[in-house]
Design a protein around this ligand. Structure first.
Ligand code: 6PG
Length: 244
């Protein structure tokens, strides 16, 4: 997979705008059905607000776009920790046709069952049970990086990060807060996209971004698109030495 492209924005606001523009560019590049894989955590919240704001929502062809999620906390939809619930409340519920929002179900007995159900949903959307390198599953995959270098719910040293067959796996225990079980897409499923876009902003991210830029073999470094991977960062997250 190609090396990530590093793009530096002045601050978190400019970064969210840059991310929104990249989402719109992927939408514009595909005249057919579009699949966008969202992410959780705090990093994408401003982007979601922007996409739901008047200026942007009018430009999105909602009838053609399907929204997925790269990982989920195994908590009910009503729980504020639920990643898709945050995205829905922030911009999807007011705009997306209901059949176009594809949450990871958390009503199953355990995260493994929920992972299997989501894998079936992804496969039926894709129309095949194995990934064709010539036909990406997603147009855009959004990602974040955690303080331990995890991305989606793929934590360093966990077996889930080595998964090569399944598209979605249950993760019984998280490595960082919130310490609830997770359900996560795997590296091969996430890689099947035209663009994988990381949003990494703020001074709190400086230690982990420094490690990622040093090329440590952390999940957030191993996660690469079969197409283009972009690390969108802001000045505050950059290591001192390379700040502009
Ligand atoms: C989650 C996310 C996770 C997130 C990173 C960064 O479920 O928590 O999908 O992978 O992207 O942990 O989180 P922040 O954006 O909150 O820093």
């Amino acid at each position: 997979a190609r090396q990530p492209k590093l793009i530096v924005e002045a601050d978190a606001e400019a970064l969210a705008r840059g991310a929104a523009e990249r989402v719109m560019a992927q939408i514009a590049a595909n005249p057919g059905r579009i699949a966008i894989c969202l992410t959780g955590g705090s990093s994408p919240k401003r982007l979601y607000q922007l996409l739901g704001s008047e200026a942007w929502r009018e430009k999105i062809p909602w009838e053609r776009v399907h929204w997925f999620i790269g990982d989920e906390r195994f908590v009910p939809e009503s729980d504020p920790l639920n990643n898709m619930a945050v995205a829905r409340a922030t911009f999807l519920d007011r705009n997306a046709p209901s059949g176009h929002v594809h949450p990871i179900p958390t009503t199953a007995d355990d995260p493994d069952q929920s992972a299997e159900a989501y894998a079936r949903e992804l496969q039926s959307f894709y129309g095949a049970e194995s990934l064709d390198p010539a036909r990406p599953l997603f147009d855009m995959v959004l990602m974040g990086a955690g303080p331990d270098g995890h991305t989606a719910s793929l934590f360093p040293g966990y077996p889930a990060i080595e998964e090569t067959g399944r598209w979605v796996v249950g993760v019984p225990k998280a490595n960082v807060a919130p310490f609830v079980p997770r359900v996560s897409l795997t590296l091969p499923a996430l890689a099947s996209c035209r663009e994988m876009l990381f949003e990494i902003a703020g001074h709190d991210k400086q230690p982990i971004l420094t490690r990622l830029l040093n090329g440590e073999t952390l999940p957030a470094v191993r996660a690469r698109s079969n197409g283009e991977t972009v690390w969108l960062v802001d000045q505050a997250a950059l290591p001192e030495g390379i700040r502009g």
